[in-house]
Design a protein around this ligand. Structure first.
Ligand code: CA
Length: 244
């Protein structure tokens, strides 16, 4: 059981979690950055929703602290967009809200916020929420090392190995494996994999996914090694060691 629990965990503990703070009030932003950095987090900032989406794509934060009231695009809309994209679907989001109406909170949670905190809040309470959520999510950093069973993916050096043996992957296979390793055991349809690995709005035949999965299998599964890619009929693929 312990072996299974260890799978998919991040091996490098040295990286500080990255928090993206989306807030248009400069004073609050400064206060949040100061306190978060003091507590050992890295901080990125965005002052509006559009900037937030750009920052998320560029930096892949571990958690987003999202203000409800933002100019132009509301926090709710930002949250909805985060949940709509495959790559950010599971990105932890805490909403900051000045409103106390029960209904608004419910709306926030309905569009997929993981948690919310009402202004004014104490920094201690916010930090507790952030830590709890990061623990639940496993805080997958964008850089570092991913592990699944005997497979290691070095994101900084773009190297893959299995059982200590170097595995040579093409760029698409590498991204495909990286994505599957970030979500071990979850089944993804061909369309979801296309969105996540090839990018949204790119017209590639779903069959292309099969071709790259085949290449990935050929490279990663050595002689006598277990196939780690599970084909789920009529559903898609998952990274798994238990064959169906
Ligand atoms: Ca605001």
């Amino acid at each position: 059981m312990s072996e299974i629990r260890a799978m998919g965990e991040i091996a490098s503990g040295a990286l500080k979690p990255l928090v993206l703070v989306v807030e248009d009030e400069a004073a609050l932003l400064t206060m949040l950055r100061y306190n978060l950095e003091k507590q050992g987090f890295r901080v990125e900032e965005a002052a509006d929703g559009e900037e937030a989406m750009t920052r998320i794509a560029e930096t892949m934060p571990d958690l987003v602290l999202l203000d409800w009231m933002l100019p132009m695009m509301s926090g709710i809309e930002v949250c909805r967009q985060i949940r709509r994209r495959t790559m950010t679907r599971e990105l932890p989001v805490i909403m900051l809200t000045a409103r106390t109406e029960e209904q608004d909170t419910v709306r926030g949670l309905n569009v997929g916020a993981d948690d919310y905190i009402t202004k004014p809040f104490s920094m201690a309470a916010l930090l507790a929420r952030i830590r709890a959520l990061l623990r639940r999510s496993g805080a997958v950093p964008a850089k570092g090392e991913l592990r699944f069973g005997d497979i290691t993916l070095d994101l900084a050096q773009h190297r893959t190995s299995r059982n200590g043996r170097a595995v040579h992957l093409g760029p698409t296979e590498f991204r495909l494996l990286e994505f599957l390793m970030q979500h071990p055991r979850r089944v993804f349809s061909r369309e979801e994999l296309l969105d996540a690995v090839w990018g949204q709005g790119i017209h590639v035949e779903p069959r292309t996914v099969d071709v790259h999965i085949r290449r990935l299998r050929r490279a990663i599964n050595g002689a006598g090694e277990r196939d780690v890619v599970r084909t789920v009929r009529a559903a898609g693929y998952a990274l798994d060691t238990e064959q169906a």
